[in-house]
Design a protein around this ligand. Sequence first.
Ligand code: HEM
Ligand SMILES: *[C@@H]1O[C@H](CO)[C@@H](O)[C@H](O)[C@H]1NC(C)=O
Ligand SMILES: *[C@@H]1O[C@H](CO)[C@@H](O)[C@H](O)[C@H]1NC(C)=O
Length: 506
Amino acid sequence: MSEPNSHNSSAARLIITLSSDSSLYYAVLAVLVVTYSLIRTLSIAFKPGLSSIPGPVFAKFSSLYRPWKLANGDAPQFYRELHRRYGKIVRTGPKTVDISDPSAVATIYGINTKFLKSAFYDTFSPFYQETVMPSMFSIRDPAQHRALRRPVAQKFSMSSIRAMEPFADECTDIFLDSMRKMEGQVVDLGDWLQWYAFDVIGAITFQRRFGFMEKQEDVPTVHKWLMGNKWVAKLLAAQPFVKIPDPLRTIVKYTQECMDEYDSRPALEHSDRPDFLAWLRGEAAKGKPMSERDLVNHLSNNLLAGSDTTGISLRAIVYFLVKNPRAYKKLQAEVDAANRTGKLSHYVSYAECLELPYPQAVMKEAMRCHPGVSYPLERIVPDTGVKLCGVQLEGGTIVSVNAAVIHHDKSIFGEDAALFRPERWTESDEERVKFMDRHLMTFGYGSRTCIGKNISIMEMGKLIPQLVRDFDIEWASERPEWRVKTFWFAKQYGLICRLRSRKEKK
Ligand code: HEM
Ligand SMILES: *[C@@H]1O[C@H](CO)[C@@H](O)[C@H](O)[C@H]1NC(C)=O
Ligand SMILES: *[C@@H]1O[C@H](CO)[C@@H](O)[C@H](O)[C@H]1NC(C)=O
């Protein structure tokens, strides 16, 4: 090592002097860091534009305000209360704004929007071979998003979905048989609907049911600590003390097992299989090759995006029916009438269920009242800036709308917006229905809307008529209500019911 340079600048000399007394050095450093962050925090907090937006005081200063408030799982109530108190536009963080304004929805999320997904979505990307693998859902760059979406879009079309119906039917048999066996008992129907949804999506994706219904076991779910927090996720994964199940990893691993099994069988066995795996392998054989990584990506994303969401929505439908006997009877009467006139097959088909106006309205209304994703869908304001709710927001600001808030907007859904009333879809005039439809965010909105919407409508639209055709269901919990914990997904607990077979009764 060379001798210290004798021509030190005065700054360097100061540091050397200070470091000879290390406690003074650290004190000065600490003061500098604190002063800098204070100035930065204050300058962001009181930035023109942002500072005119109402909101809780702490939110101006710290991005920890939201995680702190959301840690108890009450996101829908928290956001509704904020908007009740502060109005259509609320500052929820130093550079974060939540909006509940019908006219903002299309601006932020519309088809050709320049508002891209925020860094919040990075948490949803699983790892593949130790590198981050953004999914069609979590990827933020529009060009990369298009590249991922284009080769699979056809698999989500109506004709492809029709070919997948037998997968749902096979699960329906297992589900209804189990219900018959448990007839008269007190059942956690929430568990069963979740198992059903996982088994159907497993079959659609790999032609392999998970067997959750047969085994009656827990499904992998996203832990709340991991929600929106990639650093926590990394820390938890790195430490050896508590084992937090990592569903992202579990599901990617499972996907690879299914692919290995597929490849170990002779190609002839797979001919004409309509599941995603066989279809993608078939496309590759036809000269549209896809990397192994993209394949794993699409298949695992089916499970991540299409299982919990459908399970939660099925629970919501059953809950609102059981809690609203009038709606239950009306739905059942419509199903019975259709069954009598030969309009329903043994397995109610997708095409048949779409012709049942009231059951379709019940489904839509249950998901309006209880959107499976009840968190703000964060987007970044593009460089050009934007004026929303009369406020000019500069590029880089995070803006979001939460389905759980906008679905309660009386200017869209009427004075009774908070109530479950399927008739709002069947009895309102056409203009009103279109208007409500344009502000329904159950499946997201616009350019990043859910590609699996019709798959889930197929699953749920078929199951519900079959369930009420055979059974009467009643609330059997000692508690008056279910419990809901929202960490991105609005997950319900305690949908305890009793089923009675209708054929037995007469
Ligand atoms: C009732 C069931 C479902 C609900 C409530 C639901 C909800 C959503 C929502 C809210 C988004 C957009 C989120 C955002 O803007 O950040 C989304 C996106 C997505 N969903 Fe669904 N989903 C459901 C079922 C499914 C199914 C069954 C699949 C696949 C088989 C699926 C695959 C996807 C994918 C791939 C995306 C990303 C689309 C893109 O960005 O291009 N979803 N879903
Ligand atoms: C989903 O189904 C509706 C009819 O129920 C149809 O109008 C729409 O085009 C379908 N979407 C896709 C992506 O196929
Ligand atoms: C539905 O119709 C079939 C005949 O198409 C009949 O066997 C069955 O009992 C009917 N179910 C109900 C609940 O009415």
